[in-house]
Structures are given as structure tokens and as C-alpha cells.
Ligand binder design. Sequence first.
Ligand code: SAH
Length: 238
Amino acid sequence: MSEEPRPNETKPWSASVFTLFPDMFPGPLGLSLAGEGLRADRWSLDVHDIRLHGLGRHRAVDDTPAGGGAGMVMRADVLGACIDANLPPGDARPRLLMSPRGKPLTQSRARALAQGEGLVLICGRFEGYDERVIEGRGLEEISIGDYVLSGGELAAMVVLDACVRLLPGIMGKAVSGEEESFENNRLEYPHYTRPREWEGRIIPDVLLSGDHARIRAWREAEAERITRERRPDLLVKE
Ligand code: SAH
């Protein structure tokens, strides 16, 4: 008899989130494909309230910036204690700290993260974090784009959504993940569906020709054209 473990016996891809607003989770990730996957144990989510490790009667998690200036800074001791209390020693998952200073998330990074064991995501608030916790707990700063949000929770959800949809069994057809925007440094070609004519606009003939080689060539050319027009930087990456 075969001793090979069956796929459904392996541990699912797991995400651990650290936040001051645990009630925000799973939020949108509890609905649609990600939510169905969560209920089917295709991935797991545990959420940790940083406030539980806050100091004193008011469970303070932040303090004024050394050197002065506006805003408050999340304390390294509080965040460090919360991480230590909730991550088992030897937890090898990447520890991502949501931060506009971080390396921008890309589709290829999401794909690499989805192929791992899971993720630890830490959500900031206020001005940011005490710099020492980044090195002290081996955190990697990651950004979801060049704009500033009020907190890391939405950013963490973006990172999670981008990864979770790539996990086995989440999307109906695996191929739809391989042909879409940013795969092969191209934006996606245009889509059409019934009706054939809508408000005088018609579906390009080639798509109704049944000639799969021509259809593929048309889609490749359109993807190339759209990428050249909108995101020439992607073509340079090749
Ligand atoms: N003072 C900081 C911004 C703090 S915004 C700076 O200038 O860089 C508060 C928190 O929101 C951050 O700690 C981070 O967790 C989150 N955040 C804001 N914008 C983000 C982005 N583009 N990507 C990821 N996280 C972000």
C-alpha cells in the first residue's frame, strides 16, 4: 500500500495577522472565493490583537516619537511581545510588515508567496513602527502601492487576496490565473461575451471565427498593444 500523504492531509496554507483592529478580519476575505476556501480549509487565518500586549491600565501600544514631531509610534516592546506570544519558535513563514516604505507587491511575489507555507502579516497604524522591531523580529516591509493608507489592515487584505486566489482549489479554472495581467509582463487582452451586438458595438469577428490559432495571435497582439500604451515599463522588465 502506498505511504504517500494525500494532498488533503497536508497542513493548509496559513496566514497569521497582527492588528489593533482584529474585527476587520476576515472582512471581505470571508466572502466569495477566499471565503469559500477558508470554510473548506484550503487556507487558514488567525488574527492577533496587538492591544492585548499593551502596557498599563490603558493597554498603551504607542508613544510619542523620539526626537519630536507629529503622530505616535507603535512600540517595539509591545509588538515584539505580541509576535513572540503567538508565533511558534521555528515558524518559517515570511513576516511581512505593511509599510509604504516597503518593496511593492507584484504578481510574481504573490505567486511565490502562495507557493510557500503561508504568511505572517503585521498591520501598522499611526506614524509607523519603532524601527528596532523590524530587525529584532526579522520583519520585511512590503507596500501595496505609492500612496498612504490610514492603517495596514486593508494592505494586508490585498496581499492575502492576491495570494489566496492562487492557492490550489480556490479558482475554478487554474488556467485563468496564468493568462491574466502581469503574467509574462503583459496586461490582459480585452474580453467580450454575449450579446454579439450591444448598442451598435460588435464583438471582433476573429473571436467568433472558431480559428484558435488566429484567436491566440489576436489576443497576444492586443495584450502587447495595451501594455505598450498603458504600461511600457512592464515591457522593459523582460
Ligand atoms: N508615516 C508613514 C505612514 C504611516 S500610515 C510613512 O510616511 O511611511 C499607517 C500604516 O498604514 C503604516 O504603518 C502601514 O502599516 C499602513 N500603510 C499605509 N500605506 C500603506 C501602503 N501603501 N502599503 C502598505 N501598508 C500601508
